[in-house]
Design a protein around this ligand. Structure first.
Ligand SMILES: Cc1cc2nc3c(=O)[nH]c(=O)nc-3n(C[C@H](O)[C@H](O)[C@H](O)COP(=O)(O)O)c2cc1C
Length: 153
């Protein structure tokens, strides 16, 4: 069984949570994939769970053109864990963002993912507000499908 860990910060309206759930829906289309979701605004990711994951889907709202704090904490934690040989670098990831009209924060996710030597396997998905329009829903589900297909190879 392959594992995908969906790490997202959602706080204000649940917009990013909704997107995380759609990404999970896409991941689950692929048989043999175990999907875990963690809202890092509520709890930190256990580093053993992070290490057991074969891939990550990383999501955040845009806060001041930066990722929100919970996701930043995840990056800090995996980097530190890698220095202590408790975290494998080079895992595949995808990223998603919700915003209020900006969206520039997606760059901060790519920057830290690159610093942590994660490998992006599909284009980022960025959505204004909640993913309610059919096109946004489709993109979020497709993101999960793409990650799961990569993991299943
Ligand atoms: C403290 C704070 C700062 C924000 N800064 C921005 C911003 O710089 N650009 C933007 O487009 N949206 C900004 N927003 C709006 C959120 O990114 C947007 O509402 C997001 O979808 C909220 O996701 P959530 O409901 O999952 O928490 C900000 C919201 C908050 C609470």
């Amino acid at each position: 069984m392959k594992r995908i860990l969906i790490v997202y910060h959602s706080q204000e309206k649940g917009n990013t949570k909704r997107m995380a759930e759609l990404v999970a829906q896409g991941c689950r289309k692929q048989p043999g994939i175990d999907v875990e979701l963690v809202n890092v605004n509520e709890k930190r990711v256990d580093m053993d769970a992070a290490e057991k994951a074969d891939a990550y889907a990383l999501g955040s709202p845009d806060y001041f053109t930066l990722m929100a704090g919970g996701l930043k904490q995840f990056f800090d934690d995996i980097m530190l864990a890698s220095w202590h040989k408790k975290q494998t670098l080079g895992k595949p990831y995808v990223a998603f963002l919700t915003h209020g009209g900006g969206g520039g924060a997606i760059k901060s996710i790519d920057k830290l993912a690159d610093a942590c030597k994660l490998v992006r396997v599909a284009d980022n998905v960025v959505c204004k507000g909640a993913p309610e329009k059919p096109a946004d829903v489709k993109c979020a589900i497709a993101l999960g499908e793409a990650l799961a297909a990569h993991v299943a190879r």
